[in-house]
Design a protein around this ligand. Sequence first.
Ligand code: ZN
Length: 365
Amino acid sequence: MTPPVASQATSLRRFGAATWRPTALVVGAALATIAVLPAAALAQLDTTEDLMRRLTEAPGPPAFEEEVRRIVADEMEALGATVQYDGLGSVHATLPGNGNGPRIMVTAHMDEVGLMVQHITADGFIRVKNLGGFLGHAYPDQRWTILGRDGPVMGVSGLPTVHVSTGAQRTQVWSVDQVFLDVGATSRAEVEAMGIRPGDGIAPWSPFAVLANKRYAAKGWDDRVGIAVMIAAARRIRSEGIDLPGDVVWVMTTQEEIGLRGAAVAVDFADPDIGISIEAGVSADYPGIGPTQAQERLGGGPGIFLLDSSMIPNRKFRDFFFDVAEESGISLQADVLTGYGEDGAEIQRYDSGRPAVNMTVPSNS
Ligand SMILES: [Zn+2]
């Protein structure tokens, strides 16, 4: 590759403003027009789809959730919720009840799996470490948003071309230590001049798209889809004037992907009597996944975990959800899986223990 000269690299690869505006990218005309939904398609999105687009396109690796936080705080304040923040940056939006019910913590996490700038090489490439669990298969040949001090910068995870790769290299799964991001710079000084430093967060760059059968593709479904469910539920409570028996605290947590760290302190701030985590599930109707790994199916209704790596839910509370679903004619899918932790576990372990469940939106994320 022949990188462009410094001035071109900077103007082409920097998104421009400190505020992330996915529809106004000036990354290079070809990229922007191919990757981002055209205006006509944007206009056809319904309210929930547009919410999902904004939430999933916002970059938010663990501890870098600002853009997501801005969206959810605006949405909750618009609904008249009391919005507060705890010391690790989780958002607590409270809709008051009439004093006749338990205090309910409903939670979803704002962060997504990402990377962090580890160091910048003398010839201008960026080495990284994981923020959360990434499959090695997903590292190379992707576009990424580097959250630099002067605003987002696009980088590409490069890999040696097929023309120089040996047979073994062509089938190799990359480790994070082999990954490098290319921002077009030719020196460490150029990268630093773009506002990039060790410790900056990095998120995948993947615009929202509508597929057939009203299925959607985007990055960050885990767990922006849970946040979208919470906002949609809060909107409905407000628009239908539903009288809540107990206070509902909608908690959008930070740093879930690196060990439920945001939720660990958010429960102290929220002080719930009971808790509901809302997460991205694992659809079994997908190539390579079967019922011995997961049991949910796309379009089969919401899911509820009976077991995950972090929690066995309170059985009476769990069965309450099945009873309500049956009475209401809602198809509720049970899921038993391992290799999966979620914020509900921190609610369960709060104080002397609290009933908690994990509800899911089936997805392949
Ligand atoms: Zn999650």
